[in-house]
Design a protein around this ligand. Structure first.
Ligand code: SAM
Length: 221
């Protein structure tokens, strides 16, 4: 049982926090329907026609299980154990088989060229080193496989949103376990060496302003 202060999850720089880990599991469960409503257009576009075996980085409480067919298998790479009970319950509800790995996206422990599709939503903001995670995605994807993502990113320099992202960076990162609103993830994904990359930047119109600048797309291995 992981309770007090912090512990280090295996094979990742992710620190398991007792109180904040539980808070985030409850928070993402509670806010899940609103997030889904806000992101559904973009998720439907990039997560359509997923194959029957999918690797997901940072599955959380299972927000993306609904995009897999019943009977499909989700290999979930999730280092926060406080997410697991809700993630398992969501997999039972949706009829998707869950293969849960207590690992970080930096070192998934999966073999080379094993995955047809890797997905993530709202995760590259939280990993310690996005370049390392992108290299890991490329390592595990088969040639022709796809990495599909919906992520929030830094607003353009000089804008009011960017200033707010800067001002709130410390309390935001503390509350959401290392999450940064200041990452230029489009550049990181484009520089990762994929055969081709389609990315659509867009802006949500939610009251959570630092989170509103986002990208969704597909990178082809
Ligand atoms: C903002 S939540 C998003 C959860 C889910 N993907 C969603 O869209 O609701 C970020 C998730 O990334 C996980 N995470 C944080 N660091 C990670 C890492 N290094 N590797 C994999 N997952 C990580 C967190 O535990 C959490 O479940």
């Amino acid at each position: 049982m992981i309770d007090s202060a912090t512990a280090m999850s295996p094979s990742t720089c992710f620190e398991v926090h007792g109180a904040r880990g539980r808070f985030n599991a409850a928070f993402f469960s509670l806010i899940g329907p609103y997030l889904e409503w806000s992101l559904r257009t973009h998720k439907r576009r990039v997560f359509s026609d997923l194959p029957d075996d999918v690797v997901e980085l940072g599955s959380g409480v299972g927000a993306n299980l609904r995009y897999l067919r019943p009977g499909a298998t989700l290999v979930a790479i999730e280092p926060n154990p406080h997410m697991y009970p809700r993630l398992r319950a969501a997999s039972d509800r949706t009829g998707v088989h869950l293969e849960l790995h207590d690992r970080g996206a930096e070192r998934t422990g999966l073999p080379d060229n094993c995955a047809d599709s890797v997905i993530s939503s709202l995760v590259l903001c939280s990993v310690t080193n996005p370049d390392e995670v992108l290299a890991e995605i490329r390592r595990i994807l088969r040639p022709g496989g796809t990495y599909r993502f919906v992520e929030h990113v830094a607003a353009p320099t000089g804008t009011a949103t960017r200033a707010l992202q800067r001002a709130l960076r410390r309390p935001w990162a503390w509350t959401f376990e290392g999450c940064s609103c200041e990452r230029d993830l489009e550049s990181v994904i484009r520089a990762a060496g994929f055969a081709s990359v389609d990315i659509e930047p867009y802006r949500l119109h939610t009251p959570v302003v630092p989170f509103n600048t986002q990208i969704a797309g597909t990178a082809y291995a």
